[in-house]
Design a protein around this ligand. Structure first.
Ligand code: MG
Length: 230
């Protein structure tokens, strides 16, 4: 067997980030009476938030802003688009989101099945760019902890995917190297090209059948199909 270690991404690969965010946003929208405050619909709130969050995450990934800024600023900018300038409310929403969303347990189909199957043949680890405290809660709430030897977060490693240093950190922690490891993730640039750059094989979990022209090791559109490869 070529591989000994499998490194998984968490968000949008195993844990259904969008569905969990959707549920959390609906709760936050209702609990905080955002309709009365001028946010016409929950869908609009979510769409505007997503735009700002994506932009801020790109900055956070590059190390341009701190996570505390990201957490609050995404709500400051979202509310501002609805004419609401309320720092206390932005902070409250920032805290609620980080507290409530990781308790959601939406996983993609076959998550438990594939992890059970792989666990018997390989050593499994997680490498995630998410916040340390948030990712730890998710892994416990969704009953995923039992499958993984290591949960490596970018905060702990001091670098974020696709930086080669987080992969190297993960190899050191798992006492392995690129040639006996494989990375499985949903983000072409961050997980897959990041792993490729350090010489590790990859399985691109392309749920949306995103078209690209990158040369990668393997590609699947469901977690179940990983069984055909590993
Ligand atoms: Mg991901």
């Amino acid at each position: 067997m070529k591989y000994k270690h499998i490194f998984f991404d968490l968000d949008r690969t195993l844990w259904d980030f969008e569905k969990s965010a959707e549920e959390t946003f609906l709760e936050m929208y209702e609990v905080n009476g955002l309709k009365k405050k001028g946010v016409n619909s929950f869908e609009e709130f979510r769409t505007v938030y997503k735009k700002h969050n994506d932009q801020l995450w790109a900055q956070y990934r590059k190390g341009e802003i701190e996570k505390e800024v990201l957490s609050v600023q995404r709500f400051v900018l979202t509310l501002a688009e609805f004419g609401i300038n309320d720092m206390d409310l932005s902070k409250k929403l920032g805290n609620e989101y980080i507290t409530l969303s990781p308790l959601k347990t939406n996983l993609f189909p076959y998550t438990h099945e594939i992890l059970q199957y792989l666990q018997e043949k390989y050593e499994l680890h997680l490498i995630t760019n998410g916040f340390e405290e948030v990712q730890q809660v998710k892994v416990d709430a969704s009953d995923l902890r039992k499958y993984f030897k290591n949960l490596i977060t970018s905060e702990e490693a001091g670098h974020k995917k696709p930086d080669a240093r987080i992969f190297q950190y993960a190899f050191d922690k798992a006492s392995t190297n690129a040639s006996e490891s494989i990375m499985i993730g949903d983000d072409l640039k961050v997980d897959i090209l990041g792993a490729k750059a350090i010489g590790m094989d990859q399985i691109y979990v392309n749920f949306t059948n995103y078209e690209h022209c990158q040369v990668i090791t393997h590609e699947v559109d469901s977690l179940e199909k990983i069984k055909e490869i590993l």
